[in-house]
Write a protein that binds this ligand. Structure first.
Ligand SMILES: [Zn+2]
Length: 470
């Protein structure tokens, strides 16, 4: 089956160029200057007209948590509903976090994650491994996962004491291992020990509303942890270090400094930190703000975080936009924390909206078209060892393609989204642009306003090492 996408403008890191794209089976077969394919006798089974639209590599969301157990409940999207919603939004690859819980064997945690995903995904997927306990056995498992399982990135937590937390000694040992085997250490950088003290003091005072989730996790404690992690990675031997969900100016400054010194330090941010604030969302009246409880928290409106994060995306100090998709319904899930914000499950659901929300940066002049594609597709694919299979429109690459219409508009609402979530953190947001057609390995999974994909189409991706080492 051959499909010819004609009339569109292909966007990649090198620019936006009018190009026709020939898909043969599951991969991209050839690129043509406009008109060359038709006059040159290329015969396709199907022609898709992309006139006036962008043709971009399918989105790669490297930070999702389908079915994550948290605070006595589970994230409300499973791999079937979550990957379907991702496809609707133009994301054709996710990398989810398999979980080793403290005291559990790493390989058992991985097997459990394969069982959740196998046969259920509409798009391709890979895994990182959350290390809930760093000990001799877990360190050996890191080598095994890199060599045999295609898992080349390991997440550690400086937050959540008693749950996922690693102390500095454990972090250093995991970093030494990664500096040997080339794996990437992903870091949740917040000083969880200090945060737990502030949170307990707030609850004891009777300050139990959702907004105190943000007030007790100040940006200075994200900055402190970020700096500490960059120092530990330096001591361990220039270990590749990637900060997840960066939200704070102080943290970004430490990343910029480390990068300026030639270190293997990288960072991502998420749409919620680019647009939403502690006052406007987390501080909503009553218990409403629970919808926006996530860690790190939304930052105060009058502090420079959002502007700094947009600047970081332009300068590449922030390399990637992911979602940290971790949805919990308001009813029965977020409500677990009524009267005590520390019991609200942490997470926001955004997997369906990332391409749109970052494109809004293009529409408003904050980001170039090329940086949109780089931060959402190309760089995440390279950062996590999937390039050029993913992240680029080029002959030989998987035909993961999004046709994006800059002249249409999208209004985000829980009434129309496809995530398994009873509310939207983005209710009423208007986007100047719209996902038109989505191909996953050559199959049009979203077209004509309908979903044509299926659970089980998505394949597990064995990943190589990060392609950004220096
Ligand atoms: Zn996360």
């Amino acid at each position: 089956m051959k499909t010819l996408i004609t009339g569109g403008t292909v966007v990649g890191p090198l620019g936006a160029v009018p190009t026709d794209v020939l898909v043969d089976g599951e991969t991209i077969a050839a690129l043509y200057a406009p008109g060359v394919a038709s006059t040159g006798g290329v015969v396709a089974d199907k022609v898709v007209d992309a006139t006036g639209k962008y043709v971009v590599p399918g989105g790669v969301d490297v930070h999702t948590h389908m079915k994550l157990p948290f605070g006595g409940t589970f994230a409300s999207d499973d791999f079937e509903s979550g990957t379907r919603a991702a496809a609707w939004g133009g994301t054709t690859t996710i990398i989810d976090f398999a979980v080793q819980r403290t005291g559990e064997v790493v390989q058992d945690g991985l097997a459990a994650w394969h069982a959740l995903a196998d046969g259920n995904c509409a798009i391709d997927y890979g895994f990182h491994m959350i290390m809930g306990g760093v000990d001799d056995e877990a360190l050996k498992a890191m080598d095994y996962l890199v060599e045999h399982e295609g898992i080349t990135s390991f997440k550690l937590f400086m937050a959540y004491p008693g749950v996922f937390y690693s102390d500095d000694g454990q972090i250093l040992r995991a970093m030494q291992k990664a500096s040997d085997n080339g794996a990437l250490i992903m870091m949740h950088a917040e000083n969880g020990i200090a945060i737990d003290v502030l949170a307990a003091q707030a609850v004891a005072r009777g300050d139990t509303d959702p907004v105190f989730h943000g007030i007790t996790r100040p940006s200075a404690l994200e900055g402190e942890a970020t700096h500490r992690a960059t120092v530990l990675a330096q001591v361990a031997g220039n270990t590749p270090l990637y900060f997840v969900h960066m939200s704070a100016s102080e943290a970004l400054a430490h990343v910029s400094a480390a990068r300026g010194a030639g270190r293997n330090v990288f960072a991502e941010t998420c749409p919620q930190y680019l647009y939403l604030t502690l006052e406007d969302q987390l501080g909503a009246p009553g218990f409403e703000g629970a919808k926006w409880v996530a860690s790190p928290p939304l930052r105060p409106r009058d502090e420079p975080h959002r502007d700094d994060l947009w600047r970081g995306l332009r300068t590449d100090d922030l390399a990637v936009v992911s979602t940290d998709h971790c949805p919990f319904c308001f009813k029965d899930q977020k409500e677990l924390g009524r009267g005590d914000f520390t019991k609200i499950p942490n997470g926001i659901g955004t997997v369906e909206h990332r391409m749109d929300l970052v494109y809004q940066g293009v529409a408003t002049g904050r980001l170039s078209l090329e940086r949109w594609v780089e931060t959402c597709s190309t760089t995440p694919a390279r950062m996590f060892g999937l390039y050029p299979k993913k992240g680029v429109i080029a002959p030989g690459s998987d035909a993961d393609i999004v046709i994006y219409d800059p002249n249409a508009t999208t209004t985000i609402s829980a009434a129309t989204h496809h995530m398994n979530l009873d509310h939207s953190a983005w209710e009423g947001f208007e986007i100047a642009g719209k996902v038109d057609t989505v191909f996953s390995r050559g199959t049009a999974v979203v077209a004509g306003g309908a979903f044509h994909g299926r659970a089980g189409h998505g394949q597990y991706l064995r990943r190589g090492l990060t392609q950004y080492l220096r």
